[in-house]
Write a protein that binds this ligand. Structure first.
Ligand code: ZN
Length: 260
């Protein structure tokens, strides 16, 4: 197995044509012909998850969030991002990022979130200009339930103990929009489609105020929790597809925020 065979497979499940125009997806670092025996999947490459990849002799990191993301004019150890990239390159570890292509894919993060909440008749929230899928999802519950029930389902599905909420817990929710990560900009299209609730990782304060004022409840499990479950699912998909390759979800890939 080599980098190219795994890159081709991920491209099939998360085609880069689905990525947002500002994004940086695909094989970002590495030799396409290099052999791959060990793959680490993570949400984000940090000094800690990069160290794990090196210590565990990964040949390839599949990271949801791209590294590098912005165009580089120099690659030195004077930034933490540069130091991490240099260390991974020195260890001959390739980097692949599907990011927004995976958010929007047919079996991607938002589709999985929608299914995790038992939404039916799931559709794209913001269709792509070319008509090929698009960002976010929305759908209906079989019957309206109190917001508290949506919160309970989401906490169970994402295995988190707390989420942030706007709106009363007893208000009925029937139509729900989902958009992983930081997707407060989807409040407007969600409202336009008649959604009672938007589930996204995180929003700005003023988006929360707007949601409250316009009667769309927000349920916010945090950026990390809204996406990390799908990294674990992707690791399982890769492990099934490539039985000769050892694939694991990083253990050092953690939410940088915690409750105090
Ligand atoms: Zn994200």
């Amino acid at each position: 197995m080599n980098v190219e065979s795994i890159a081709e497979f991920i491209e099939k499940i998360a085609p880069s044509t689905l990525a947002e125009s500002w994004d940086n997806v695909g094989l970002l670092v590495g030799d396409r012909q290099a052999d791959v025996a060990r793959v680490m999947a993570c949400l984000t490459i940090t000094p800690a998850s990069a160290r794990e990849a090196i210590d565990q002799r990964a040949d390839l990191i599949v990271t949801h969030h791209p590294l590098p993301f912005r165009p580089l004019k120099r690659l030195t150890s004077s930034t933490s991002e540069g130091g991490v990239l240099l260390a991974l390159i020195a260890a001959r570890i390739a980097i692949y990022s599907p990011h927004t292509a995976f958010d929007s894919a047919a079996e991607g993060i938002n589709q999985r979130l929608a299914e995790g909440l038992d939404l039916q008749d799931v559709r794209v929230l913001v269709p792509a200009a070319d008509g090929v899928l698009g960002s976010g999802r929305w759908g209906k519950l079989a019957c309206a339930v109190p917001l508290a029930e949506v919160v309970a389902r989401l906490k169970h599905f994402l295995n988190v103990s707390a989420v942030q909420i706007t709106g009363a817990l007893d208000r009925p929710v029937h139509v729900i929009a989902v958009a992983c990560g930081s997707a407060g900009e989807f409040l407007t299209p969600a409202r336009a489609l008649g959604c009672d609730c938007l589930v996204t990782g995180e929003v700005r304060f003023h988006t929360a105020l707007e949601a409250l004022a316009t009667d769309v409840s927000l349920v916010l499990p945090g950026h990390f929790a809204s996406e990390r479950f799908a990294v674990e699912a992707l690791a399982a998909v890769l492990a099934r597809q490539f039985p000769s390759v050892h694939v694991w979800a990083s253990r050092e890939d953690r939410d940088p925020l915690r409750w105090g």
